[in-house]
Design a binder for this molecule. Structure first.
Ligand SMILES: NC(=O)c1ccc[n+]([C@@H]2O[C@H](COP(=O)([O-])OP(=O)(O)OC[C@H]3O[C@@H](n4cnc5c(N)ncnc54)[C@H](OP(=O)(O)O)[C@@H]3O)[C@@H](O)[C@H]2O)c1
Length: 460
């Protein structure tokens, strides 16, 4: 209880109403999420105090431009552009980092932890690239570093993996963790909208950034996959180790074709244990887990196929629990702020009782090389419409040990396309097949490559 005594001795956490402690919050960032949190605390402050015994008082707010007009009314007297000062301020008990990006967010978080201030963050970029160093800093200082909102917005994912399933041997975590791409894919599948138009629509609705690369190329999902994998396996897996393919190569015809076969195309983040020797420690997992992001054909009978528009869902499988699925709104100011508030309540209760939640993360491990994985594939190829092309193209698959399950020709002349479904094949062999196909004179374009979840025809 040393921390509590220090805290009380310094008068940092004050009790006003009997049984209610005032917690002074330093908010770093007041954009979509930070602004929504400020508003939520204003609106629900009394209810939160009644339920939790904590009254949150936002005493400082860092932004990049104090003169900017904001949808929430933040008193000018508490606005500052000096984010680092909040991490050091004596009148701040808990720091909430909602500015995003690596720097200066990283310095703010480290400085706050060093000053024994618990930190709540929604910053997936930071957590997915520096997890172990940040957890170690928090452990050294004996305060919380909580990041529920960094994956899946409002959906509780971090806490269930970190606490409820702490004793479980999780074998696979697989989910739709990027709402923008799921919105785009839903519009392509259900309404026949082209990829380009679906992206524009997502931008006009505020789901996608003006530069949508982070979403459509899978970077955002890869950061979340790294966080989920680290939590599930108890060993550090960095975003840079996540194998990634995005959805920019997909055409509406591919999504429609998959639908005719009984599948929905989804951008999946997958973290799973490999088939190597059974591991007894996190170190033994090195090279024996797979962490990846790619579009896949999901049988319509699978619960993830029913996740539409900007919603997220994560499917967790474990030895004892079997299958769990968590579903909800994966982004947006208000849902994300709700997850931040949950962490803020936890961190404050822990601060008051002089404790902190534990997160043991083993050493950094490397996932299994992507080329070693096996899957059935869908591949579409634009070809010249002339005799002998089909036999030449099919021959290339055979040369690389990729066995064709079915083939369909779609369109004629300039529009001629061949669509192949393969039996289960090694990724490396499929990659070589695509390379050889692209080099053929008769091939105009190698289009979408989709992994097929389950046996072809399962979901039809
Ligand atoms: N938006 C979502 O739906 C969502 C969902 C899950 C997680 N997240 C995560 O939540 C975090 C915040 O996202 P957001 O959408 O709220 O971002 P945002 O709208 O861009 O807000 C960022 C805030 O940080 C402030 N800021 C930026 N650089 C600063 C600096 N150097 N010093 C001081 N303040 C600075 C900005 O100030 P100004 O207001 O003056 O520009 C703004 O208030 C990110 O880590 C994001 O990945 C967001």
């Amino acid at each position: 209880m040393a921390l509590r005594e220090t805290v009380e001795a310094e008068g940092v956490v004050q009790a006003t109403t009997p049984g209610v402690a005032v917690v002074r919050v330093g908010l770093v960032g007041a954009g979509n999420v930070g602004g929504a949190l400020f508003e939520l605390l204003e609106r629900e402050g009394d209810a939160v105090a009644a339920r939790t015994g904590l009254r949150f008082q936002v005493v400082r707010v860092a932004v990049s431009d104090v003169s900017r007009a904001r949808p929430v009314d933040i008193p000018a007297s508490i606005l500052t552009t000096d984010a680092l000062a909040i991490a050091c301020a004596e009148d701040v008990d808990v720091v909430v980092e909602l500015m995003g990006g690596l720097e200066p967010a990283r310095s703010v978080v480290i400085q706050a932890l060093r000053n024994h201030k618990p930190v709540v963050t929604a910053n997936k970029e930071l957590i997915s690239s520096e997890a172990a160093a940040l957890y170690a800093e928090a452990a050294r200082s004996g305060v919380d570093l909580l990041f529920e909102a960094s994956v899946g917005g409002a959906i509780p994912l971090v806490r269930p993996l970190r606490e409820s399933l702490a004793g479980e041997r999780v074998t696979r975590v697989m989910g739709i963790v990027n709402g923008t791409t799921n919105y785009i894919l839903t519009r392509m599948s259900e309404d026949g909208v082209s990829y380009a138009d679906a992206v524009k629509e997502a931008q006009s609705l505020g789901f996608a950034e003006r530069d949508p690369t982070a979403d459509v190329a899978g970077h955002d999902a890869a950061a979340k996959a790294a966080i989920l994998a680290t939590l599930a396996f108890g060993a550090e897996i960095s975003q840079s180790d996540v194998w990634r393919e995005g959805i920019a190569n997909l055409r509406q015809e591919d999504v429609a074709h998959a639908a005719r076969l009984g599948y929905e195309v989804k951008l999946l983040a997958i973290a799973e244990r490999g088939t190597g020797p059974s591991e007894s420690s996190p170190e033994a997992l090195d090279g024996n887990v797979s962490v990846r992001v790619h579009p896949a054909m999901v049988p319509r009978s699978h619960p993830l196929a029913a996740v539409r528009r900007a919603h997220n869902a994560v499917f967790i499988e474990g030895d004892s629990v079997g299958e769990l699925m968590l579903y909800g709104r994966g982004a947006g100011g208000a849902p994300t702020a709700a997850a931040v508030l949950g962490d803020l309540i936890d961190a404050s209760h822990n601060l008051l009782s002089g404790t902190c939640s534990r997160l043991a993360v083993g050493p950094r491990i490397s996932p299994q090389p992507a080329g070693e994985l096996w899957s059935a594939f869908y591949v579409s190829i634009d070809v010249m419409d002339r005799p002998g092309v089909l036999a030449t193209v099919a021959g290339v698959f055979g040369e690389h040990d990729v066995s064709i399950r079915s083939m369909e020709q779609m369109g004629l002349g300039e529009e001629a396309r061949l669509v192949f479904l393969t039996h289960s094949a090694k990724e490396a062999n499929m990659a070589e097949t695509l390379e050889s196909l692209a080099a053929l004179d008769s091939v105009k374009r190698v289009g979408a490559l989709l992994r097929v979840l389950g046996e072809v025809g399962d979901g039809a």
